[in-house]
Design a protein around this ligand. Structure first.
Ligand code: ATP
Ligand code: MG
Length: 246
């Protein structure tokens, strides 16, 4: 990260790419994560590489959901771990949520490497190593979760999630918060709170909203949630991308 000059016009994008490469080298990110990153980067370019107002609204609603939850869980995959490990640990702290490693290409080595990486970045406890429960309607490997983690959670934050698993979690009746730069992807389409923003900007923003809402009572938090329109947020993101207005 030292070799990228901060005044480079595409500094953030280069930094992101570099972090994914380092993640692959360290064994925490699967090679396919690089393709996912490339797709994200293209959508971010079309969004102007900034948090659009409807995404900020979604980030505030996500904070309210996480604060109201009885058992909130933040899901971590190889791209999330490579891009925002410390930021996810800080969010878990701010809303009193658990962190759970949840991989599309699951191996015990990668799960351990990601858990270690998160702890090096300030996480206390990391779930996902037990894998003693299954999400219904998914093939065996993809369905593994912790019984006292994602399986029991009432609110889940699933950034950059695979469409099948996002649908299966939705069918379990969970309140699902998705971070995904492609508003047409299935994961944001099934989310209660779709956040169409780069995870690098989205996670610190949710944490900041959570800190501002920390003293709010239940009624205020419910009002924040009710004031958020998920369909409108998806439409606004798509309109911004199609406008070509950079
Ligand atoms: P599918 O249609 O099966 O969901 P996909 O194109 O969505 O396929 P996935 O690998 O499942 O591919 O998901 C990666 C998603 O993550 C993409 O929609 C991509 O835009 C998004 N993404 C990648 N990097 C980031 C990032 N830094 N922040 C937010 N979203 C990202
Ligand atoms: Mg997708």
């Amino acid at each position: 990260e030292e070799e990228i000059p901060e005044n480079h016009p595409r500094y953030q994008d280069l930094l992101t790419r570099h972090r994914i490469e380092r993640g692959v080298e360290k064994g925490i990110t699967h090679l396919q994560g690089m393709h996912a990153e490339g797709r994200g980067s293209a959508f971010d370019y079309l969004l102007g590489e900034e948090t659009i107002p409807s995404a900020d609204d979604a980030e505030r609603a996500a904070a309210a959901h996480l604060l109201l939850a009885d058992r909130p869980v933040l899901s971590i995959n190889g791209n999330v771990a490579a891009l925002v490990p410390g930021e996810m640990a800080a969010l878990a702290d701010a809303v009193d949520a658990d962190l759970e490693v949840n991989l599309f290409n699951r191996t015990p080595e990668r799960i351990r490497a990601i858990a270690d990486h998160l702890r090096e970045h300030g996480a206390d406890e990391v779930k996902g190593l037990e894998a003693d429960a299954h999400i219904p309607n998914l093939d065996h490997e993809r369905s593994k979760v912790d019984a006292d983690g994602i399986y029991e959670a009432d609110v889940v934050l699933v950034p950059l999630e695979d469409g099948d698993r996002a649908e299966a979690l939705d069918e379990m009746g969970k309140i699902e918060i998705v971070i995904d730069l492609n508003p047409l992807s299935r994961s944001p389409q099934v989310a209660d709170v779709p956040i169409v923003d780069n995870i690098i900007r989205a996670v610190p923003s949710i944490t900041e909203h959570a800190r501002k809402l920390a003293a709010a009572d239940e009624d205020e938090l419910r009002a924040v949630i009710e004031g958020f329109d998920r369909d409108r947020a998806l439409e606004e993101a798509e309109e911004r991308i199609r406008s070509g207005d950079l």
